[in-house]
Design a protein around this ligand. Structure first.
Ligand SMILES: Nc1nc2c(ncn2[C@@H]2O[C@H](COP(=O)(O)OP(=O)(O)OP(=O)(O)O)[C@@H](O)[C@H]2O)c(=O)[nH]1
Ligand SMILES: [Mg+2]
Length: 214
């Protein structure tokens, strides 16, 4: 049998937030389903994984960033490359939530786009007795940002898949919308009146889709 080729999407996710909020633990739980008890501050790690969402195959490149003292130039670069962002704080630290506002503004400035896919994540929900960020407060911020809010626990693996899947769905919707918009745009003034030219343009674009052997 010939090898099966399937069209797939590749998305870049960036995990951002203050040091120690659980970015690496969330990523490790999502990618490897493993819990890391020890704290080893990240410099920068990236993971490649494949998921199937609503029947569509997606390759995810996940960048787990350093919480503190990052080079601004490095941040600019991955904000440009990123297509979806997990903004993570810990429900046990008010300042970790406060830090996210400026990160979000930076993302919007660098991408020059207010509708970039974002999920606000309140991690360490298993530490309810140490909670200092009210759920309602985080939720109202997320509403202002027009981003969904999830409370997660990397320790108990609560809502870990859900945040990544939500972000993927946002990125897929956006991709589909862009594609539909491109379909409506005439390639040039001759194409708009020449159905054969329109057909050939579609073919060209489809060829640009990458294929992998899955
Ligand atoms: N109780 C609890 N502890 C957590 C949770 N997530 C992470 N931790 C702990 O918090 C500490 C920091 O977790 P990391 O995932 O390394 O934090 P980080 O955000 O990647 O930190 P930096 O790499 O320094 O930016 C570790 O000791 C984890 O075990 C959680 O959901 N619940
Ligand atoms: Mg880390």
């Amino acid at each position: 049998m010939p090898p099966r080729y399937q069209p797939f999407r590749e998305f870049h996710i960036v995990v951002l937030g203050a040091g120690g909020v659980g970015k690496s633990c969330l990523t490790a739980q999502f990618v490897h389903k493993e819990w890391i008890e020890s704290y080893d501050p990240t410099i920068e790690d990236s993971y490649r994984t494949q998921v199937s969402i609503d029947g569509r195959q997606i390759i995810l490149e996940i960048l787990d960033t350093a919480g503190t003292d990052q080079f601004v130039a490095m941040r600019d670069l991955y904000m440009k490359t990123g297509q979806g962002f997990l903004l993570v704080f810990s429900i046990t630290s008010k300042s970790s939530l406060d830090e996210l506002a400026s990160l979000r503004e930076e993302i919007i400035r660098i991408k020059d786009d207010e509708t970039v896919p974002i999920v606000l994540v309140g991690n360490k929900s298993d530490l309810e007795d140490q909670r200092v960020v009210e759920r309602a407060k985080a939720f109202s911020i997320s509403q202002r940002w027009e981003a969904p809010y999830y409370e997660t626990s990397a320790r108990t693996r609560t809502n870990v898949d859900e945040v990544f899947i939500d972000l993927c769905r946002q990125m897929l919707r956006r991709d589909d919308a862009n594609e539909a918009a491109n379909d409506d745009e005439p390639y040039d003034k001759h194409e708009s009146t020449n159905p054969f030219a329109r057909k050939s343009r579609r073919k060209r674009r489809h060829r640009e889709h990458k294929c992998v052997i899955l």
